[in-house]
Design a protein around this ligand. Structure first.
Ligand code: PPS
Length: 576
């Protein structure tokens, strides 16, 4: 039932235990099997423990999971549109059965919770993707995550919390649902409209939320997600600085800012319902749902995954049951003639409207071009420019991929020399063979080991890129999904340039400088790429080179020219 203003807020159930129980649990945890939580899992666990996912008492069991996937409800009929389960690896799951208890560990080693397992099962993740995301197209980040980054066994069960995961950043903006409710009480706020965002806020957002607050006669909670958002989004540090800056543009006392450590699924309309429930649990009475809420953009065929109005319509349909009022919002555009933002359909006929897309904003930031005042606030633009300097000042990674003997190392070495000669940034080479002698010396060539090898290389490259250096990686990297992971990880911090050395297998085999192809053909080496292990050629590499047709020097020059054209490096004459 929808709560009317003045009614007590719905009860929530944080799963944190009292001090005496925590001491007993700590003792017990010493003798339990333990699971090291991933970042994604920590975000889910935090919101389970602090009550943001009420009425869940832990991870969904198989029946609830199936029901949530198929009907957006738990098995008892409660509205719950997004499955929340704990995914673990096979060998770990083999030790478990219903009734077993498991200690859940933070990466720093603390026991955060103890799970009493109710269900252990191998889910059909394709069916989950189809049900929750309405697609199995893996350009959808949620589908990709389920297919490639989710462990094969799910655990369900109830949780007893020992402590919440610690946060070391922006502590003044972190509130559990109970703390937020208490804060609203202190401020005397009775009606609160929550605004969800994963992007920096500009003038249009401020205008929209002001209108929403006015319409709902409510105060405003800016409640941005700082857990996992969509790949390519602006990092949360930069966003928080931007939010703090826009806060000053609201009438005094109207709005407050709090951060939500949620792992988004990008499930569009379903996710919008989930977001509304989470905000209800945080004590909000209204939830603003705009165009294309939690949408991941377009799929591989160029069509958006969700109709932009669908999230709003679904939330309105379930409004009574959600227990939080929905404030639907249309896209605002800037009407130049009137000098103000307004809903598109209210713009007088013939009046000129202006919009600046996210892509155009990124282009202007990248090229240091002007960003108009009607679009954003100078402080916000300053923050964005600081975090996203022009490409010539960013770090970048050149990520080679191709068969053994394709010429990756030779070209990579020449490229390193050329970039060092240009000399604007430090250059690090992470060659496949060399990495395998040190960083990955214990690894073999199974799919699991190759993935681990590429993840290690990507991690190092991402750190170099973050610190504005140049990383040149030259592994085989035969699998498309792992290269996409590398792109997503490194792309957060700077440029990612995939270079496909497309030398055909016959040519590589004929060269066979290391004699490995001969050995592989003779069965002396197993899982050899191109012989008895697959190589998945890139579909959209930034640069493609077939060394059968061009000498290594020319190939390296082609890459340098690409880097210059894209603005990563200046002309030689720019130096000094
Ligand atoms: S991967 O798949 O990206 O982890 O491979 P990578 O780390 O680049 O290592 C490739 C080099 O290891 C040698 N080698 C093999 N390659 C492929 N398959 C099998 N089974 C294998 N065994 C050894 C080979 O020399 C590769 O070097 P390059 O420079 O690519 O020829």
């Amino acid at each position: 039932m929808r709560r009317r203003p003045g009614e007590p807020r719905s009860r929530i159930l944080p799963l944190l235990c009292d001090r005496a129980r925590v001491a007993a649990l700590r003792e017990e945890a010493l003798g339990l099997p333990s699971w090291d939580l991933t970042f994604h899992q920590i975000w889910d666990l935090e919101l389970l423990l602090n009550g943001a996912f009420s009425p869940l008492r832990g991870y969904l069991g198989e029946k609830d999971w199936r029901s949530a996937c198929e009907t957006m409800r738990l098995a008892d009929g409660t509205l719950w549109p997004i499955p929340v389960t704990l995914d673990v690896k096979e060998p770990f799951a083999e030790k478990l059965s219903p009734g077993r208890r498991v200690a859940l560990l933070h990466p720093e080693g603390m026991v955060l919770a103890i799970l009493t397992v109710s269900d252990v099962w191998r889910p059909d993740r394709e069916a989950e993707a189809a049900a929750v995301f309405g697609t199995t197209d893996e350009t959808h980040p949620g589908v990709f995550l389920l297919r490639h980054q989710t462990n094969p066994v799910y655990l369900g069960g109830t949780l007893e919390g020992l402590e919440l995961p610690p946060h070391h950043t922006f502590q003044h903006l972190r509130f559990t649902p109970l703390q937020l409710r208490a804060q609203f009480e202190r401020l005397g706020w009775k009606r609160i409209a929550a605004f969800q965002t994963r992007n920096p806020m500009h003038r249009a957002h401020v205008d929209l939320t002001r209108r929403a607050a006015q319409e709902a006669a409510a105060h405003l909670l800016l409640h941005p997600v700082v857990g996992r958002t969509s790949p390519g989004d602006v990092d949360y540090f930069t966003r928080v600085w931007c939010y703090e800056a826009v806060l000053r543009h609201y009438p005094s006392g109207l709005a407050m800012l709090a951060l939500l450590p949620l792992a988004m699924r990008m499930a569009g309309p379903r996710e919008a319902l989930w977001h509304a429930l989470i905000r209800k649990n945080h004590g909000c009475t209204h939830f603003v749902v705009g165009r294309d809420h939690a949408g991941p953009g377009a799929g591989s065929e160029g069509r958006p995954f969700y109709d932009p109005d669908e999230a709003r319509e679904l939330c309105l349909k379930y409004q009574g049951e959600l227990g939080i009022a929905i404030v639907p919002f249309e896209e605002l555009v800037y009407c130049e003639d009137l000098g103000q933002y307004m809903p598109r359909r209210e713009v007088p006929q013939g009046a000129r409207t202006l919009v600046l897309s996210g892509t155009e904003l990124r282009r202007r930031l990248r090229e240091g071009a002007d960003i108009p005042d009607w679009f954003s606030y100078p402080e916000v633009i300053d923050q964005l420019r600081r975090s996203y300097p022009p490409r010539s000042q960013q770090g970048f990674t050149v990520f080679f991929t191709g068969l053994s003997g394709a010429g990756k190392s030779t070209i990579a070495n020449i490229l390193v020399a050329k970039l060092m000669e240009i000399g604007t940034r430090p250059v690090t080479l992470l060659d496949g063979d060399v990495v395998r002698k040190n960083l990955s010396s214990e690894l073999g060539f199974s799919r699991e080991h190759r993935d681990l090898n590429i993840r290690r290389i990507s991690f190092v490259a991402s750190e170099i890129t973050k610190n504005r250096g140049i990383a040149i990686c030259a592994p085989i990297a035969p699998y498309r999904s792992t290269r996409r992971e590398a792109r997503e990880l490194i792309g957060q911090y700077g440029g990612f340039i995939e270079v496909y050395i497309a030398t055909p297998l016959e040519v590589c085999e004929k060269r066979d400088r290391k004699g490995l192809y001969a050995k592989a053909r003779a069965g002396l080496i197993k899982e050899f790429t191109g012989i008895d292990d697959p190589y998945e050629a890139p579909e959209k590499a930034e640069v493609v080179i077939d060394t059968a047709g061009s000498p290594a020097e020319e190939a390296a020059s082609k890459i340098v020219l690409f880097l210059q054209k894209e603005g990563y490096i200046g002309e030689q004459a720019d130096r000094g």
